[in-house]
Ligand binder design. Structure first.
Ligand SMILES: [Fe+2]
Length: 240
């Protein structure tokens, strides 16, 4: 039975640098379903001051993608959010509901430039928390200032922020610095949610099975169950 929730996906067709067409989106849906995913939150990029796709356009495309998903499996759900590029203005955009939270919850998926300074990321996440949002840092493994900075990540957890990791990060040669880093993030329990951050039906496709199998083998069922529990809490708008 499919039970995985993917909270980071560029599956909506022709709205950002993700899927280029409904044809590709259909392939992505098929792959995601084969990989055990039954709930996708589509998260097109959004930046204050950028040319963002119209929300009406996003919602009409969401409807089309939902219909396609239903053709594959009646219980295959697709919802909407944004991957927010942080700037001070983003809070105003959220408050005016121009920028979207994840599936209507208080959770938001937020990214920074990968070379951003630690203080900027931590302060930014803190500001979002003050305004009542529950920020999830997108692809935690990507930031230079957080590379092997496990205490730094822990400090962000302590203020109430959450961490999302791209599941593809743990696959590859063990000697690879990124792979080693991602495995440490799991081992140290610094990741709340896994996502595919899929952009297409090849390359960055919505794959989870291989990564999940590796996590199960190396860290056990309890870690897998924790990820499932966390994503269910997110959808129910409960604290993780
Ligand atoms: Fe993304």
């Amino acid at each position: 039975m499919n039970q995985w929730i993917d909270i980071h996906s560029h599956i909506l067709p022709a709205v950002d640098d993700g899927s280029v067409s409904m044809g590709q989106t259909k392939n992505m849906l098929r792959i995601a379903h084969e990989e055990g995913i039954n709930y996708i939150i589509a998260t097109p990029h959004y930046g204050a001051g950028c040319r963002n796709p119209d929300q009406e356009e996003l919602r009409s495309k969401l409807e089309l993608v939902r219909q396609e998903a239903k053709q594959i499996d009646e219980s295959f759900h697709i919802d909407l959010g944004n991957e927010l590029f942080f700037s001070d203005d983003i809070i105003e955009h959220l408050r005016k509901k121009k920028a979207l939270t994840l599936a209507g919850t208080r959770y938001i998926l937020v990214e920074f430039a990968s070379a951003e300074a630690y203080g900027i990321i931590k302060t930014g996440l803190h500001r979002l928390l003050i305004y009542g949002y529950l920020p999830i840092l997108a692809h935690v493994e990507r930031y230079e200032c957080l590379y092997q900075n496990y205490e730094g990540i822990y400090e962000m957890l302590r203020i109430g922020a959450y961490m999302q990791m791209n599941i593809s990060g743990i696959l590859g040669k063990h000697a690879d610095r990124k792979v080693t880093h991602c495995r440490k993030l799991i081992e140290y329990e610094l990741v709340h949610i896994l996502g595919t951050n899929s952009h297409s039906d090849y390359g960055r496709a919505p794959r989870m099975k291989e990564g999940l199998e590796l996590i199960r083998k190396k860290y056990g069922d309890s870690v897998i169950n924790k990820f499932l529990e966390n994503s269910t809490k997110l959808l129910n708008n409960q604290y993780i």
